[in-house]
Design a protein around this ligand. Structure first.
Ligand SMILES: Cc1ncc(COP(=O)(O)O)c(C=O)c1O
Length: 394
C-alpha cells in the first residue's frame, strides 16, 4: 500500500529525539535526557483512595460521556489554583484539556494556517515546535538571556513580522533552559502584545516548583485586554499519566476551544477529572508540591556542585530557581551531536540543543534534567559528562 499522507505528516521516519530517549532508557545509561517527574513522589495511595470514592459515589457519571469544557468539580479546583498565579477568574474562563500538550495542539489548530508566523523563545519546548510545524508554522526565534526573552529582539521580530499570529512563551523555569522572565520583561511583553495586537500563549507547567526567589505574576494575571491565553497542567505537580491540563481565556475563546476539542476527542477523560477533583478535596496539594520542590532542589544542588567541580570553567549554564531543567553552553563546538555521542560512549545521556530551536540553532548547547535522577548517581554522571565535554572541546 502506498500511503498518501497529508502535508502535516513529517516526510521522514527519522525521529532524533525519540532515538535519544530510547538510548537514554537503556538501564546502563545514566540519563539526564528525559523530562520525567520523580515517580517515587507520585501519591499512589491517595489517588487510589480518590478513585475508589469516585467509583462508589459517582461511577456512572465518571464512565459516561461528558462536557467538552470539563467536569465542573475539577474546573472549580483549577479556578482556585489559578489564584497562586495571580489569576482571579471563574469556571467560564476555563476548559480542561488532555494535558497542556492538547492545549498547544488546539491553539495551533485554531490560530495557524500554512505559513503563519509563530514567535518563539530561542530555544523553546521542542514538542510545541513539532505541533506548530504540523499546522504550517513559520518560526521566528527570539534570543534569550538569563532574564528570559530579550524584549528588544521581540519588538524587532514583531516589526519584521506584522502578521505574526502567536507569541509562544514559557516565562517561568522554561523548558529547556530553566530560565525565568523578569517582571519588567513580563510587563514589556504585554505592552508589545497590545501594541502589535498579537495573541500570547503562556505555558506554565513548572511555575509551582520554586525553591528560590519570589513568585512572579503570570502574564495572564496582568492582562487586561484578553491578549493572553494561559495554559496549566497537573503533570508536574500530581501526575502526567492522568493527562489533565487547562486553558484559561475569555469565554468567547473558550467556546472556540471547545469546538476544536470536540473534533479532537469530544472531551477529556471524565474518570481522571473526577479522581483529580477528589484528590484535591481530600489532600493538601501545597504540601505535596513542597515535597516535590524540596527533592528537585536537592538534586539540582548536587548537579550544580558537580558541574562546578568537573566542567571546564568556560562552559556556562543557566541557574534555575525552580523547575526541572538546566541549559549548558559549550564554547567552540560546531556539531552538538558530537557532545551527545561522546557522552553516550561514557554511558551518559543529554538532549542536544538543536531540536529546541524553531530555525537557527546555537551549536554546543544541551539540556540536562535533574528531577528524575537519584541523588547518589548525579555526581558520577556529571563527572563522566565533563570528560566527554573536554574530549569534544579538545
Ligand atoms: C513547556 C511544556 N509545555 C507543555 C508540556 C506538556 O505537558 P502535559 O503533560 O501537560 O501535556 C510540557 C511537558 O513536558 C512542557 O515542558
Amino acid at each position: 500500500m502506498k500511503y498518501h499522507f497529508s502535508d502535516r505528516v513529517p516526510k521522514t521516519d527519522v525521529d532524533p529525539v525519540g532515538n535519544i530517549l530510547k538510548v537514554a532508557g537503556d538501564p546502563k545509561v545514566m540519563s539526564f535526557a528525559g523530562g520525567l517527574p520523580a515517580p517515587e513522589l507520585f501519591p499512589v495511595e491517595q489517588v487510589k483512595k480518590a478513585a475508589d470514592k469516585v467509583f462508589d459515589t459517582k461511577g456512572p457519571s465518571a464512565l459516561q460521556y461528558g462536557s467538552s469544557q470539563g467536569v465542573p468539580e475539577l474546573r472549580n479546583v483549577i479556578v482556585d489554583r489559578l489564584k497562586i498565579d495571580g489569576i482571579n477568574t471563574d469556571v467560564d474562563h476555563v476548559m480542561v484539556a488532555t494535558g497542556s500538550q492538547q492545549s498547544i495542539d488546539l491553539t495551533g489548530k485554531m490560530f495557524l494556517d500554512e505559513g503563519s508566523v509563530v514567535i518563539v523563545e530561542n530555544p523553546t519546548y521542542l514538542t510545541a515546535v513539532d505541533v506548530f510545524r504540523s499546522y504550517g508554522a513559520h518560526f521566528v526565534g527570539v534570543d534569550m538571556d538569563e532574564d528570559g526573552m530579550r524584549m528588544d529582539a521581540l519588538e524587532q521580530a514583531l516589526k519584521d513580522n506584522p502578521t505574526a499570529r502567536l507569541i509562544y512563551t514559557i516565562p517561568t523555569f522554561q523548558n529547556p533552559t530553566g530560565r525565568t522572565m523578569t517582571l519588567d520583561r513580563r510587563k514589556k511583553l504585554l505592552e508589545l502584545a497590545v501594541k502589535y495586537d498579537v495573541m500570547v500563549l503562556e505555558d506554565n507547567p513548572y511555575g509551582a516548583i520554586r525553591w528560590e526567589g519570589d513568585n512572579l505574576p503570570s502574564l495572564k494575571s496582568m492582562d487586561t485586554t484578553d491578549h493572553v491565553i494561559y495554559m496549566g497542567t497537573l503533570s508536574k505537580i500530581l501526575s502526567p499519566g492522568l493527562r489533565l491540563g487547562w486553558v484559561v481565556a475569555e469565554p468567547k475563546l473558550i467556546k472556540k476551544y471547545m469546538m476544536m476539542k470536540q473534533s479532537a476527542d469530544l472531551h477529556t477523560d471524565s474518570l481522571a477529572q473526577y479522581i483529580a477533583a477528589e484528590y484535591f478535596a481530600e489532600n493538601d496539594i501545597d504540601e505535596h508540591v513542597q515535597a516535590i520542590t524540596a527533592l528537585y532542589h536537592k538534586r539540582e544542588q548536587i548537579m550544580m556542585a558537580a558541574i562546578d567541580k568537573y566542567f571546564p570553567k568556560n562552559v556556562t549554564h543557566s541557574n534555575p530557581e525552580g523547575g526541572m531543567f538546566l541549559w549548558v553552553m559549550v564554547p567552540g563546538v560546531d556539531d552538538t551531536q558530537k557532545l551527545f555521542d561522546a557522552a553516550l560512549e561514557r554511558n551518559v545521556a543529554i538532549v542536544p540543543g538543536d531540536p529546541f530551536f524553531g530555525n537557527e540553532t546555537i551549536p554546543g548547547t544541551f539540556r540536562m534534567n535533574y528531577s528524575n535522577t537519584p541523588e547518589e548517581k548525579i555526581d558520577d554522571g556529571v563527572k563522566r559528562l565533563a570528560e566527554a565535554i573536554r574530549e569534544v572541546m579538545a
